[in-house]
Design a protein around this ligand. Structure first.
Ligand SMILES: *Cc1c(COP(=O)(O)O)cnc(C)c1O
Length: 473
């Protein structure tokens, strides 16, 4: 034990001794600030298709692509090649001075994929940055109008939503756990309305139409409360992701929300960081909803994890307004349009098309949904099964009648995740909590790669069932 070992570590080390993923003695002490500081997670040394390989030789079935990221699996040599080729051409150039072919190609692919509705792309390195850029673009947009509207300084978003982790994106999001510590420094200019969440939000006997009109009335009321001409934008995940747990929008819901925005001249921003780029069965999740956003973010499936990358797509009228106005977005980042990341994403997007993966997402997604219903419909503690494409969630309850949640202290979803990593199950599941009301509620999400197979889907459901059996009996 070195003399330099901090006092806190001395206290921690003995308590951890002998535990499976012991962070070790001072000498072997990791330099990594782990998510759980006192516990070293499994070390991943390799990956093949849907499997992750640990340093102990365990092959873990990655049923979630990490955070719905690795949508081509872990070892597509075609993407490796593209990255190598780009490195040999040019690894980096500064977007304030130059453009580069990879960023040009990616932006063209993205713009074309919207049938010309969105006309420019702003490429950054993470979902959070894309959301942050969307918020700033919304603010700037109103200053660029022929008659500027400087009073537009508020946002409206939804409860139990996640839009990223910087102070700006966290302010629009409503992940209670992630906000808690920072509440005092978060922006106060965001109002939060209820999400579209039929399992808990819809009244018994209520029709879809009246539920949707109740939600749009709530949004209207929030506009009125803030002052309708003070709102820049309404921000929503097209399909709610990790925080609420894979909840697809009801028919007509997003359209109704957009109508409220249009009524008051506010922008309609869809955050597709998790649900976009094919995850729900169409390249853009909004394609299934009869709405086109003014601004749209994307990230997780964009580069499939081969490189950090995210994007903001801008609707034609937003671009036109800026072009006629100052002609410059008052925001930029050092790694904007990074050539290597863009080259990786271009190849990923080509592969999704070449290998015809979107029909596979729809077919395998339907199969996953079917198997989950067969396996868990009658389970006493699975309250809701929902999803779309290859993006599904199971929500757990103590009692199906009352929908009573488990105590948060039980950390049910996290326990399911940790149990899944045991060698006898070897499956990585995505845990989520706070879905019911921000604090209570436990669910797990499944998000296999777009090239998954029937037998893999069967294996995911079978292993998940055994894990749940161990945790919940
Ligand atoms: C993950 C996520 C983000 C944040 O993306 P990062 O890459 O983690 O910064 C934003 N919005 C949604 C909907 C997400 O799922």
């Amino acid at each position: 034990m070195g003399d330099y070992m901090p006092e806190s570590a001395k206290v921690v080390a003995p308590a951890m001794a002998g535990k499976p993923h012991d962070n070790g003695t001072a000498k072997e002490q990791s330099g990594v600030l782990y998510h759980q500081l006192r516990q070293k997670p499994l070390n991943i040394v390799g990956g093949r298709g849907s499997y992750l390989l640990t340093e102990d030789g365990l092959e873990i079935l990655d049923a979630t692509c990490g955070a719905a990221v690795s949508c081509l699996g872990h070892s597509d040599m075609r993407v490796h090649e593209a990255i190598m080729q780009q490195l040999q051409k040019i690894p980096y150039c500064y977007s304030l001075y130059f453009t580069n072919t990879a960023a040009e190609n990616l932006s063209k692919i993205l713009v074309d994929s919207t049938g010309g509705k969105m006309t420019r792309a702003f490429i950054v390195s993470s979902g959070t940055e894309a959301v942050e850029a969307a918020l700033k673009m919304a603010v700037q947009y109103f200053m660029e109008l022929p008659t500027p509207q400087p009073q537009r300084a508020n946002f409206i978003s939804r409860k139990q939503s996640y839009h990223g982790n910087t102070l700006g994106s966290l302010s629009v999001g409503h992940h209670v756990g992630r906000r808690a510590l920072y509440e005092k420094v978060l922006a106060k200019n965001t109002g939060h309305v209820a999400p579209c969440y039929p399992y808990r939000g819809m009244k018994t006997g209520e029709s879809v139409e009246s539920y949707v009109s109740r939600l749009s009335q709530e949004l209207e009321d929030e506009f009125q409360r803030l002052g309708p001409d003070t709102v820049c934008a309404f921000v929503a995940e097209t399909m709610a992701g990790a925080t609420l747990g894979c909840v697809p929008p009801l028919p007509g819901y997003l359209k109704a929300m957009k109508e409220v925005c249009e009524r008051h001249g506010a922008l309609f921003i869809l955050d597709e960081v998790m649900s976009g780029m094919g995850r729900t069965g169409t390249l853009h999740a909004w394609e299934q909803e009869d709405v086109v956003p003014d601004l749209q973010t994307m990230a997780k499936g964009l580069g499939a994890g081969y490189a950090p990358i995210a994007g903001l797509l801008l609707n034609k009228h937003v671009v036109d307004t800026l072009t006629k106005g100052t002609g410059a977005f008052s925001h930029s980042q050092t790694y904007q349009g990074h050539p290597v990341s863009c080259a990786a994403a271009v190849r990923v997007q080509q592969i999704i098309q070449e290998d015809n993966l979107l029909p596979n997402v729809r077919a395998m997604g339907a199969y996953l949904g079917q198997l989950l219903h067969e396996k868990f419909d009658s389970h006493p503690h699975v309250g809701d099964i929902r999803g779309r494409g290859l993006f599904w969630a199971l929500e757990f309850v103590q009692d199906k009648e009352t929908k009573e949640t488990y105590p948060p202290a039980k950390k049910l979803a996290w326990t399911i995740h940790v149990t899944g990593l045991k060698p006898e199950y070897a499956i990585s599941l995505m845990p989520g909590n706070g879905g019911a009301d921000g604090v209570h509620g436990d669910h797990i999400c499944l998000a296999p790669p777009y090239n998954t197979t029937r037998s893999e889907i069967e294996m995911i459901v079978e292993r998940t069932a055994r894990v749940i059996q161990e945790v919940l009996g």
